[in-house]
Design a protein around this ligand. Structure first.
Ligand SMILES: O=P(O)(O)OC[C@H]1O[C@H](O)[C@H](O)[C@@H](O)[C@@H]1O
Length: 383
């Protein structure tokens, strides 16, 4: 008996992600049998549809179809908490057993909230942030690539923060995240990027939350057959009590480009960086660990990073903040940007090569001081 068309079409539909396939016997090397059984109820009867699919693949070659089948056969991870209310940008809520949480937008792959177990917000968000899906949202944490700032011909701070990312179900070679405190996102270059960059690429971003720690692992893959060169930063808007109470340690004696002085190069002379007006600097070849100490809040942010040798320190100060349309008058007091970055030497990827960065943000109580920067880790990294 042949299956009526009206039943065959939903049966074929059922062959997609929503059904679990079972792996049948392997008949010989390079062949495999996949089986699916579904039950259809019509008004009068119930019909069992059994579908068997034989797959052949060539020895020694990776078959992308097989790897997608394997991905379907993997045990299902816990569903993510995704919210998509009307008029609100789709967001993923990451939660962690101690009570800390984070919110990640698909738009820009941006982290717009990170709260500790006492529900205190650790990230700054502008009181005039533009929450529409067209411009970047001032605040939180975002991955800026393939260009930092306006050094180059591409969109300022790159296109990654102004695009809608998707969930990345197969973040290999990273293992898939299987809990509700981690999310993997992917963004592929579009025709618009290609017009300006003339090279196709993929961005991937893993955001993981654990007790008092937020980890970001950005990746850039060159999917073209010519070399790709790019600069990047992870822009961190940290919430502080008052910028005049903040000092940044770990950057002393380093060279920096001063963006307020036509990117001229200077050497830091101060013991630590403090703020009494606008500051916009790119510190070069920094240690892997930087401390941002908030005396009034008695809280220290510890920024640890790998594969991003530079660090941007930015606060607009009173005057510049007035000229920034999406920033409230006093907002500059309650924020500091200290970004992990690769700016001085652009990253160059050969065809199909992938770059992987790493950033870990954590908080400790303010008894922290520069003496606690572990010299070994500062010199040799923390992995
Ligand atoms: O105003 P935006 O384009 O978001 O840039 C905000 C800031 O980002 C970085 O920190 C740059 O070093 C600054 O020069 C820039 O002002």
């Amino acid at each position: 008996m042949s299956l009526p068309k009206q039943l065959l079409s939903p049966a074929l539909k059922a062959m997609n992600l929503h059904q679990t396939w079972t792996l049948g016997e392997t008949q010989s090397y390079g062949h495999c049998l996949l089986k699916l059984q579904t039950n259809y109820k019509t008004a009068h009867n119930s019909i069992i549809v059994k579908i068997a699919l034989k797959l052949d693949w060539r020895i020694g070659k990776v078959n992308p179809f097989m790897s997608s089948i394997r991905a379907r056969l993997r045990p299902r991870p816990m569903p993510l908490n995704i919210f998509q209310d009307i008029d609100v940008l789709p967001r993923i809520i990451l939660a962690e057993p101690t009570g800390s949480s984070a919110e990640v937008l698909l738009y820009g792959g941006q982290v717009v909230s990170w709260k500790n177990e006492r529900k205190e917000e650790l990230l700054f968000m502008s009181s005039k942030a533009n929450w529409k899906q067209s411009k970047s949202i001032r605040g939180g944490i975002s991955f800026c690539s393939p260009q930092f700032g306006n050094i180059g011909s591409l969109e300022k701070h790159g296109s990654a923060k102004n695009r809608l990312w998707s969930l990345d179900r197969d973040p290999s070679p990273l293992p898939p995240s299987d809990n509700q405190s981690s999310v993997d996102l992917i963004l592929k270059s579009t025709g618009v990027d290609l017009k300006t960059k003339t090279c196709s690429f993929e961005f991937r971003l893993r955001i993981s939350l654990s007790a008092d720690k937020l980890i970001l692992i950005p990746r850039v893959r060159n999917t073209d057959n010519k070399a790709l060169s790019f600069t990047s930063s992870i822009s961190n808007y940290l919430s502080v009590s008052d910028i005049s109470e903040v000092r940044v340690e770990g950057l002393e004696t380093l060279d920096y480009f001063d963006n307020l002085m036509n990117r001229s190069r200077f050497t830091e002379q101060a013991d630590a960086i403090t703020f009494d007006g606008q500051m916009d600097r790119v510190y070069l070849r920094t240690p892997t660990k930087i401390a941002i100490i908030d005396h009034e809040k008695k809280r220290t942010f510890v920024l640890q990073k790998n594969a991003m040798p530079d660090a941007v320190v930015w606060n607009p100060g009173y005057r510049k903040a007035k000229a920034v349309p999406d920033m409230g008058g006093d907002d500059y007091k309650f924020m500091i940007c200290v970004d992990s970055a690769a700016i001085e030497n652009p990253i160059v990827l050969r065809p199909f090569e992938e770059w992987k960065g790493y950033q870990e943000l954590s908080t400790v109580s303010s008894s922290y001081c520069s003496g606690q920067l572990d010299p070994h880790k500062v010199l040799y990294g923390f992995h």
